[in-house]
Design a binder for this molecule. Sequence first.
Ligand SMILES: Cc1cc2nc3c(=O)[nH]c(=O)nc-3n(C[C@H](O)[C@H](O)[C@H](O)COP(=O)(O)OP(=O)(O)OC[C@H]3O[C@@H](n4cnc5c(N)ncnc54)[C@H](O)[C@@H]3O)c2cc1C
Length: 418
Amino acid sequence: MRRIQVAVVGAGTAGAAAGTLLARAGHEVTVFERVEEPGPIGAGITIQPTGQAALARLGLLAEVAARGAELDRLVCRRRDGRAIVDLRYAEIDPGLRGLGTHRGNLFLTLHAALRTSGAVVRCGVDIAGSEVDAHGRWLASAGGERLGPFDLVVAADGSVCELHGAARWVRSSPYPWGALWLVADDPGFAADRCIYQIVDGAHTMLGFLPTGLSPGRDVPVVSLFWSIRADRVDAWRAAGLPAWRDRVLALEPRAEPILDGVRDLDGILFAKYRDVAMYPWHADRIVFLGDAAHAMSPQLGQGANLALIDAVALADAIDGCESVGDALAAYTRARRRHLAYYQFATRALTPYFQSDSRLRAWVRDRFFPASRWLGPLRCRMTRTMIGVDRGIVRRPMSLEGLPRVPWPALADVRRGAA
Ligand SMILES: Cc1cc2nc3c(=O)[nH]c(=O)nc-3n(C[C@H](O)[C@H](O)[C@H](O)COP(=O)(O)OP(=O)(O)OC[C@H]3O[C@@H](n4cnc5c(N)ncnc54)[C@H](O)[C@@H]3O)c2cc1C
């Protein structure tokens, strides 16, 4: 496509990746980010092989992987030690791995790429709405600025998206449950090479994610997640640190050194999630990427992956079409099956891990362990984890092109950059 003027709203995972790819392709890109000085904050996330492929396409996988933790499996067990789920990446392909990383590392790497891509990045601009006329699509900032016109607006401002008014059909609602999280120096979880969860009923879930090296400190860290219903956070704070500490240690005594470093509950943050359903993911001169388009609970650990894949799919659609309208229609077509499956699977599975339902916990504890001896079921669950499924009966995405280990060492990446 000829050179077009693109506005990207939000410089998170989806926005930074899309802005970088579109600017590198020669388009005139301006990225508007609400935060004055975005920084490397947040908890650990798992980047699945599909998200790794998108990072490789951006030329950034080596850098992110060199600071990340290599993950062989996902293990979820009950309080009594009985495993409910044990999925190994290598079962699908011996070279595939999960990549645990600090969100800050992903942020720093994506932002460095964005800033050298040719895109203009304007921080501290809070976009409040948009309108379209014969000249293109315009943005309005909360400060009263009228910005544009643009040939294309990429809405990548996360799950509470200010531009949803421009979508043809959208439904956005908060999940009743969320997660408390903290990142701490790792007392040894990385050695397990495992995303590790312990459940008690469906109301309690404790998770540990080896998160690689902390941004700027080069110290291995681990993220701890504690599932909680949003309306119980105040009661949790009121009960105090010792009560929570006891509950965590009853599930996993190895968390003691992590909890020893927690002085008060203010250091533990609460992450809320939303469920965003939208179709199509574009309207006149606007396209929605990442959480703005399809926010979901992080139960399957796919949100950042999907955001990265969206960015690559959008860049391909724009590259392959003559007009913005054709490109956006092609984008929605390209993403339909994959996104529909992961939204379906996330909505179906989350209540088995985050709800007050005793029945769901019972069903989970009785039937999910079948995946340990039922090969086809286990393979299906593992494929879903790595991010390639596109439906219950539809063929999955090809494994060809997914990055394999070994990933480069940090020292080699630094030597290459020097
Ligand atoms: C506890 C938790 C654990 C998770 N674990 C995983 C995991 O293991 N693996 C995984 O793949 N995903 C995980 N996710 C999901 C993942 O974090 C998100 O899906 C991903 O960050 C979405 O990226 P995004 O770019 O769409 O949105 P965001 O990362 O939310 O970025 C949106 C950006 O837009 C900016 N913005 C917002 N409003 C405006 C505005 N009005 N104007 C201008 N800028 C604006 C924001 O400041 C931000 O920079 C997890 C999420 C949570 C909460």
